[in-house]
Write a protein that binds this ligand. Structure first.
Ligand code: CAA
Length: 274
């Protein structure tokens, strides 16, 4: 199959990696020459990591032959489009609108972690629109959250499920509710960990160790917030607070850190120094 991925950041590059490793041809769209180059680098780096860990059975060079990185999406006979641009509904609607014309037969999937798929589908061919939510690092995490809105066609949902399963993921199907099943719970725990840090309940390290060793999490909630990005978590929490009420109101400490540019691993500093 030919798949289009829009956005070459952490998630987009990971999704491109996954599709290439699954034997698909990938057109990855980014804006601007610098980002096009960075997107290709990110996919290469991700494939190289998989090789290091013995988790890729074909050579990256061979897989990269199936990757085209473009600045402008023109007509592509793709079956699947996945957008992974920042969490801005207008931006997502715009890029999916372009893809709807460039790829007239494709399923239009959004990797959004919290925005409403129904609202996103407004003005688009809604029967083709679904949520296909991946987790970071995409090649490693075993889950895809499949989100349907009232207008998603059953055939489109069935196809999307099949592709996700062929890519080695387990699918959970969730209705279009704020934060779906995963972000809602993940953000709730992450926000509470930040409030506990504000209240001096324990150090960041000890809060994380508690969940790692006590609950068997692969990493604690504060390191995970650093990995996901404090800005990303703040945007999701603000959206959930607007939709579900004050229990999702982001803590002051999170807002302050984002204002200072301490966004987590990607800036070298968040709750920890990287
Ligand atoms: N392909 C590409 N990269 C790979 C890889 C593969 N097959 N396997 C591992 N890696 C990467 C890891 O991402 C990590 O990257 P860095 O070197 O940049 O740190 C590195 O290789 C180390 O991997 P290891 O497997 O050796 O390390 P580990 O055993 O410590 O596992 C981890 C790392 C997989 C991240 C693990 O700690 C983990 O599962 N953490 C929890 C992650 C999580 O909860 N993710 C969900 C976040 S929420 C989200 O994504 C949704 C959202 O909408 C925001």
């Amino acid at each position: 199959m030919i798949a289009v991925v829009i956005g070459g950041g952490t998630m987009g590059a990971g999704i491109a990696h996954l599709l290439l490793a699954g034997g698909h041809e990938v057109v990855l769209a980014e804006s601007g020459a610098e980002r096009v180059a960075a997107a290709r680098d990110a996919v290469e780096t991700s494939l190289a990591k998989a090789v290091e860990r013995g988790r890729l059975d074909r050579s990256p060079e061979e897989l990269l032959r199936n990757l085209t990185v473009v600045e402008h999406l023109a007509d592509v006979p793709a079956e699947l489009v996945i957008e992974a641009v920042p969490e801005d509904i207008e931006l997502k609607r715009r890029v999916l609108g372009t893809a709807a014309s460039a790829c007239p037969d494709a399923v239009l999937a959004s990797n959004t972690s919290s925005l409403s798929i129904g609202e996103l589908a407004e003005g688009l061919p809604g029967e083709r629109v679904v949520g296909m939510h991946f987790f970071n690092p995409v090649p490693v995490q075993k889950l895809v959250e499949l989100v349907h809105h009232d207008g998603s066609s059953p055939a489109v949902l069935a196809k999307t499920r099949k592709w996700a399963e062929q890519l080695g993921k387990t699918v959970i199907e969730v209705r279009d509710a704020p934060g779906f099943a995963t972000s809602r719970l993940g953000v709730a725990v992450g926000m509470e960990a930040i409030r506990m840090l504000e209240e001096g309940v324990a150090t960041a390290d000890d809060i994380d160790t508690g969940m790692r060793l006590g609950y068997g999490w692969p990493m604690g909630p504060l390191r995970l917030t650093d990995l996901v990005g404090l800005d990303v978590r703040l945007a999701i929490a603000e959206h959930l607070a607007a939709e579900l009420g004050p229990r999702f109101e982001p803590p002051r400490l999170l807002r302050d850190k984002v204002a200072r540019g301490e966004l987590g691993r990607k800036t070298g500093r968040g709750f920890f120094t990287w």
